[in-house]
Design a protein around this ligand. Structure first.
Ligand code: CP3
Length: 357
């Protein structure tokens, strides 16, 4: 077991005192970085980056090398590796996002789906995790991740991205038994996938429920939260003598924070539509909070970015339990210098909120 040189991220998740608010960015390894675009060109395409542990490690390290102040690394992979391992045939068409060769729309389709073996079918991800851990050598903790069952199901039913989730929602409403059977298989798959990542060296895990917020109040509980609860219950929560924090992120889920906190997750991710001060008042005694600057703020000037960071830090207020992040992934058009200004501002401006620690 390697000693962690910078454990601010894990400490803040567990609400232990920190000297400054930790910061990382969703999608921090990605197309806004010229060095990422160069690695992808070398690998050939996105999935070749993910499938090759050396490449996945190289791109995971790129944001850390460019911004030495980042407090966490996130595994370079994708949430759609699970449906790919179930045999759906994931591919990416430039400018069009992810697509599947096969879709899942009937009870028979669901029955035919295997629950992937995390070691056999997704071993390339576990290789990436252990390779990255070695390369990090205790510099910062490594975050593993997965999609939520509902979010994965939307891609599998639709065959790719969707604006309105017409097919996935029609299946849930017309044939809930089939949708639940699909969500059950995905839940089993996610639990074994995340536990394998933890055993391979992931020191915290995040569940991306990118599309839970597209559901109605009741449907969110039935089709998304219910399954994330099962995942939280099924995860390894201690490894290498440390707690393994679990972060739940439902985009547009601000109205459900109390129920999300009741799952037993360690932390909740907030998008930018939620006021972080109000969120802390609602659930801050139960969970840590991660977020929540509007990612498009990175198109503004460094001065304006710094003001926004100050506002969010002030909103959260004194003490630990806050992990600074964007409210969703950084976008390809962002100037890398502005991302740097964001990260530096968080550390510079947050020390004053941790003086009693
Ligand atoms: O945060 C990180 O740096 C880790 C890497 C990461 C990627 N995808 C890399 C990636 C993570 C955590 C994800 C999660 C993911 N993938 C989600 C959930 C998070 C979210 O953003 O809500 C979703 C919905 C996906 C599915 C997916 N994969 C989409 C919608 C896309 C974008 C397609 C496009 O062309 O914009 C991808 C591809 C993808 N995943 C890229 C990256 C860096 C871009 C691929 C490229 O290089 O062209």
């Amino acid at each position: 077991m390697s000693e962690l040189k910078n454990d601010r991220f894990l400490r803040a998740l567990l609400k232990q005192p920190v000297d400054a608010t930790p910061v990382w960015m969703m999608r921090q390894a990605g197309r806004y970085l010229p060095e990422y675009r160069a690695s992808r060109a070398k690998a050939g395409d996105f999935m070749s980056l993910c499938r090759n542990a050396e490449f996945a490690c190289e791109v995971t390290m790129q944001p850390l090398d460019r911004y030495p102040s980042l407090d966490a690394a996130i595994l370079f992979s994708d949430i759609l590796t699970i449906p790919d391992a179930m045999g759906l045939g994931l591919y990416f068409e430039t400018g069009e996002g992810p697509k599947f060769k096969k879709t899942v729309r009937t009870a028979k389709d669901v029955e035919a789906l295997p629950v992937p073996d995390a070691q056999k079918d997704l071993g390339y991800v576990m290789n990436a995790v252990s390779t990255i851990r070695k390369e990090l050598n205790g510099r910062v903790p490594l975050i593993g991740f997965s999609g939520s069952p509902w979010t994965l199901a939307t891609y599998m039913v639709e065959g790719g991205s969707s604006k309105d989730f017409r097919l996935a929602k029609a299946l849930a409403f017309n044939d809930p038994v089939t949708m639940h059977a699909l969500l059950d298989k995905l839940t089993q798959s996610v639990i074994s996938y995340l536990n394998a990542q933890i055993k391979a060296g992931a020191q915290a895990v995040q569940i991306f429920d990118t599309w839970g917020g597209a559901l109605s109040h009741n449907a969110y509980r039935e089709f998304s939260l219910n399954y994330m609860q099962k995942i939280v219950n099924g995860l390894i929560r201690e490894n290498e003598g440390r707690q393994v924090p679990v972060i739940l992120f439902t985009k547009n889920g601000g109205q459900w924070l109390e129920s999300m906190a009741d799952t037993g997750a360690t932390a909740l991710g907030l998008d930018w539509t939620t006021d972080i001060a109000a969120a802390r008042a609602r659930v801050g005694d139960k969970v840590a909070l991660q977020g929540n600057m509007d990612p498009t703020m990175l198109y503004a000037s460094p001065k304006r970015i710094r003001e926004e960071v100050a506002t969010i830090l002030q909103g959260y207020g004194n003490g630990t339990g806050h992990i600074f992040n964007l409210g969703h992934g950084i976008t390809p058009e962002v100037d890398p210098a502005n991302a740097g200004a964001f990260i530096e501002s968080v550390h510079e401006l947050s020390a004053q909120y941790h003086q009693d620690s």
